[in-house]
Design a binder for this molecule. Structure first.
Ligand SMILES: [Zn+2]
Length: 100
């Protein structure tokens, strides 16, 4: 399988038939993620099944977290520092970002 360098990760921002909800920030941030709307909707193979599923793929996870952090700042008119205060860390900028 090719390395996922230029892979375009895919998700939906609204629930559609057959999709599963994924909290972009999990564990102790799960409820904040839900409260703030940082949830995405994925097919099973994008969510938990297979090597490109977000739960199994760090690049996908980090990319979604990066996008979510930036959307969060835009939507709530906040800074990345505000984000760090609420979530405990900054999302990492993906290296592939320049290609997407
Ligand atoms: Zn999930």
């Amino acid at each position: 399988m090719p390395k996922s360098k230029n892979r375009m990760w895919h998700w939906e921002t609204e629930r559609k038939y057959g999709l599963e909800r994924h909290e972009v920030y999990g564990a102790y941030n799960r409820w904040k993620s839900i409260e703030d709307g940082l949830v995405i909707f994925l097919r099973k193979d994008e969510h938990t099944q297979g090597e490109y599923a977000i739960h199994n793929n760090k690049e996908f996870r980090e990319y979604a977290q990066w996008v979510a952090m930036n959307r969060w700042c835009e939507y709530y008119h906040k800074t990345k520092e505000d984000f760090r205060k609420r979530y405990g860390f900054y999302a990492v900028e993906p290296k592939e970002n320049e290609n997407v």
